[in-house]
Design a binder for this molecule. Sequence first.
Ligand SMILES: [Zn+2]
Length: 208
Amino acid sequence: MGWSTDITHFSGVLDPSSNAPTPAKNIARFFGSIVQAATAWLPGDLLESAIHCRRRPKRKACLGRIRLALVEHDENGQPIEDVRILWECPVCEDYGVIRNWKGSDWDLSDIERDDGFWDSETLNVHLSDEEYLAVREALTDGRRLLALVIVAKAGATGPVVELTSSELGLLVKGVAEALKRAPRARRKPLRAVIGKLTQHLPADGSMH
Ligand SMILES: [Zn+2]
């Protein structure tokens, strides 16, 4: 039996003032990231995301990455009232459904991608897991930019962030801002992300 989660049960768990225990925070982060990715992605379209499975069978981290989709229609193509998010780990086969995401702390469905994103060639930025997690953490308060990163795909060598050139410009600026506020230990991976993003900028260095 899979997980059935009402995401609103985790509201406030990740607030700085929250004294929820660490396991509760970790679970909130996991389900929250699934809601962010599903709501920032195309409804009905499976996203093979870079989000890590949280399970530790035999005390070793499962290496699976979560597949997820926001499901608006039933198998007959009829709209369903209770629009839900389905997710699964292809490695350990953990899976679940998340409800009540609309309007929750993690709902990114109001954020729109750049016009060219869905139908144009995108730039693919390959990150290490450390860089991917650092940039996600650093952008927690920037929903527009987080929406670009949280839908990173599971590539053969790690997370792949797909961006239009104008989104890339926005993200470079946003990560550079976040770097100024980041604790010292987090700065190195963020600098590496900026370096990788910058490699994809036009040769004249202009940003849109
Ligand atoms: Zn797993």
